[in-house]
Design a protein around this ligand. Structure first.
Ligand SMILES: [Zn+2]
Ligand SMILES: [Zn+2]
Length: 349
């Protein structure tokens, strides 16, 4: 079969011919239906030999694609509860199930597959979904019943990552409270929807692009605010001087973190997800007293199960454009240029 791989660090990703893998005990062979593309795919492709965080710790020679959904082709020994043809979503974080964090239900920080600053998983050091077939351990699959797996692909990374960030702060949200989503890209689209579905908070969204503010309203934001040096003032005005109880920063640069601090509230929570590398000084007088600052990474299998349930019930807007596997380079260029409407999903016939 054809697989889109990192063949060597520093070179372009390319198609190679590889054998169809066969599942070992406890594993399942998946016939791919949808593989979403993500900005981190570009970061992986762009990695120079030896560079952090990817090339320094992962051997080249793996298939890309970490947002995956498909149908069961064949079950390995011991897998008895899935039937060939059944739809499945693939959890995007590989985990061992037995380390200290896995045992405590925090499989996104599984120590067994941590390599430097990243978690080794399918599409990141292990063969991913940009090929006709892939292998996944049964415990990292969520059964989808009769849902079309194609539209589920973007939920397995962009969807669940924002779901986890929202869930870590739900106890801050009560009637009359305010949530703020900074950045209305691939993750922000879902963060806004989850906040509206799971909490009674008034939801604010901030972005630099006017078209994304229209999207924010379409996803359910009560207020969509242009990101500039008056954003904090606008939020304080609209909340009667209160600020925001839960702030989810999906951008993560110095300006967005400064905005988060400026509108933070006592007993609130700032959750950083975005990877632009900004920093925030935390201390007395820097953020609201008793406000917590946290970094949220990834998600758990139960998060994916819950997100798939919301999708199955028709409660999520999932924007995506499809591309054939042969056109993956076109899709990656469109992603690089910011010219996609929603997620790019490679669709398999
Ligand atoms: Zn990703
Ligand atoms: Zn583990």
């Amino acid at each position: 079969m054809k697989a889109f791989q990192i063949v060597e660090w520093g070179g372009p990703a390319e198609f190679v011919d590889v054998p169809v893998p066969s599942p070992g005990p406890g594993e399942v062979l998946i016939r791919m239906a949808g593989a979403g593309l993500c900005r981190s795919d570009l970061d992986i492709i762009d990695s120079a030999a030896g560079s952090a965080p990817y090339a320094a710790v992962l051997p080249a020679g793996f298939t890309l694609g970490h947002e995956n959904a498909g149908r069961v082709e064949y079950c390995g020994e011991g897998v008895t509860d899935l039937q060939p043809g059944g739809s499945v979503a693939v959890h995007n974080m590989h985990h061992c199930g037995t380390c200290e964090f896995c045992v405590h239900g925090h499989e996104q920080t599984c120590t067994t597959f941590t390599r430097g600053a990243i978690g080794m998983t399918r599409g990141v050091g292990i063969d991913g979904g940009l090929a006709e077939f892939m292998i996944v351990p049964r415990r990292e699959l969520v059964s989808l019943g009769n849902i079309d797996p194609l539209a589920i692909a973007p939920l397995t990374d962009a969807g669940v990552t924002s779901y986890r960030a929202v869930k870590t702060g739900l106890d801050r949200l009560y009637p009359g409270s305010t949530a703020l989503v900074i950045g209305v890209g691939g993750l922000g689209a879902y963060a806004i929807q989850f906040l509206k579905l799971l909490s009674p908070a008034t939801v604010f969204a901030v972005d630099r692009a006017e078209s994304r503010l229209d999207d924010a309203r379409r996803f359910g934001a009560d207020h969509a605010i242009r990101s500039d040096d008056r954003s904090a003032e606008a939020i304080m005005d609209l909340t009667g001087g209160r600020g925001a109880d839960l702030i989810i920063d999906l951008v993560g640069n110095n300006a967005t973190l400064a905005l988060a601090a400026a509108v933070s509230r006592p007993h609130g929570r700032i959750v950083l997800v975005g990877l632009e590398g900004g920093t925030l000084e935390v201390g007395w007088g820097k953020i609201a007293t008793t406000c917590e600052f946290a970094i949220s990474l990834g998600s758990t299998v139960s998060d994916l199960q819950e997100v798939c349930r919301l999708a199955a019930d028709g409660r999520l807007i999932i924007d995506y454009e499809t591309f054939a596997l042969d056109d993956v380079e076109v899709a990656l260029s469109r992603l690089r240029e910011g010219k996609l409407n929603g997620r790019a999903v490679v669709s398999f016939p």
